[in-house]
Design a protein. Structure first.
Length: 71
């Protein structure tokens, strides 16, 4: 994973998420095993890209960003 190219990993993350959404839109019937595998594979690639992006730009994703705000 490259620590020097966050833009590359950001692009790959967006591509993977778009691919997963496209596969979900085409899923018919909703329990089609092949369609579900395509969605799962795309989300897996998105997970890899997200992990690489967080390593490439650690200041972008901080644990505090994911805490729920209480009012």
């Amino acid at each position: 994973m490259s620590r020097r190219r966050p833009a590359l990993w950001h692009g790959r993350l967006l591509d993977a998420l778009h691919e997963a959404l496209d596969a979900a839109d085409r899923l018919h019937p909703l329990d089609d095993p092949r369609g579900l595998v395509r969605i799962g594979n795309a989300l897996g690639r998105g997970g890899v890209a997200l992990k690489a992006l967080s390593a490439a730009a650690p200041d972008l994703l901080k644990p505090d960003d994911f805490k729920e705000e209480t009012t």
